[in-house]
Design a protein around this ligand. Sequence first.
Ligand code: 2IT
Length: 461
Amino acid sequence: MCCNTGTGKNKKHHQDMKVNEIMDKLQAKYGHEKEYLQAVREVLESVEEIYNQHPEFEKAKIVERLVEPDRIFTFRVTWVDDKGEVQTNTGYRVQFNNAIGPYKGGLRFHRSVVPSILKFLGFEQIFKNALTTLPMGGGKGGSDFDPRGKSDGEMMRFCQAFMTELWRAIGPDMDVPAGDIGVGAREIGFLNGWYKKLTREHHGTLTGKGLNWGGSLVRAEATGFGAVYFVQHMLNKINQNLNGKTIALSGFGNVAWGAALKATELGAKVITISGPDGYIYDEAGLNVEKIDYLLDLRASGRDIVEPYAEKFAGAKFIAGKKPWEVKVDIAMPCATQNELAAEDAELIVKNGTLLVAEVSNMGCTPGAIEIIQKAKIPFGPGKAVNAGGVATSGLEMTQNAMHISWTAEEVDAKLKNIMQSIHSACVEYGTVPDGSINYVKGANVAGFMKVARAMLEQGYY
Ligand code: 2IT
């Protein structure tokens, strides 16, 4: 709403940011980039009110500058497969915003990777990284390369070809990539090995490194652990705790693994996991052996969960469905963007779910979030809930810069503190008049205010 009414003492002569006008312009320019437009709209709707109370932001055109990446590198990646055939993929690095620190964010190798996906992820990363309390800007990259069924040799050759193009764009105080979907310890190893070869330097330009060569303890677990710590704070706010709670997780990768491990350790019962083929319902709950088995499933490179039901008696495989139809206390999407849609949210509400914590980036559609929030179910957005991963990458950068390694206890204690401050920031900026917490608004406003002020203080560039 514009305050320039022309009457009264509070007459102000500044323009307001209007979400629809900005979105119309972006729509005209990037109409086919649906995920990017979705991520931008969500943030702008959350921050519109506070932005319009700060005419200095509009004068510096903060929003117009923030929604456009600083730059995007696009490059051809050519490699040779095991049959001797030449393959070509496309690689990208989106350097979105470095107002508060070097560009930082993962690399995703997945067949669905297109600029819209990496722009939405890079945009989210700006605010997520701001929330971590650490000095990191936002970036994201990846390739449309499909890791399914690739041998170690194929993966290595692809990573080397990818890094041959990427290395000039990155650096320990410039842009620090890490893993994401399809990029884990093995890929970071191949990428880092080739980066060293090209630069002749061994410094922390990638995070998620192996523990013997500069990696941080707890980094592999950190996204899932941090998400569970965040859930504990959310539960605490509604006078509940994790003990005995049932949890539905989706996904079965690194993030779901870490979340299952910590939730189980803290007395909750994880009863579902899922893959592109369907979901597993395991009424007895995951235990350490089953959680370890998730790593084997992932390592098989087949991207399916059905074998879990063949291995563990009592577990059922439900083909082609998502786990949100199972009645649980807590729902935690841990797979990918827009995996939880409005019809899933309706099931979640019907089942009397206590809370929803989005662990995947933009895991829930706007329609799903609206249904969950209308039902007064606390909803934690990905950029707050999953920030423990990149936060621990930030801790890895610090250890590399200091040439030291912290113990697992030290890293875990810092991670816990960071998740607590993210939760406090959400409460500070997201508490609504009825006393409940709008975590989406809280996370977006808290992250945005930090970045907007940092941009303002550094002039126009
Ligand atoms: O989405 C994310 O925050 C990540 N994939 C982790 C990024 C990082 O730099 O550790």
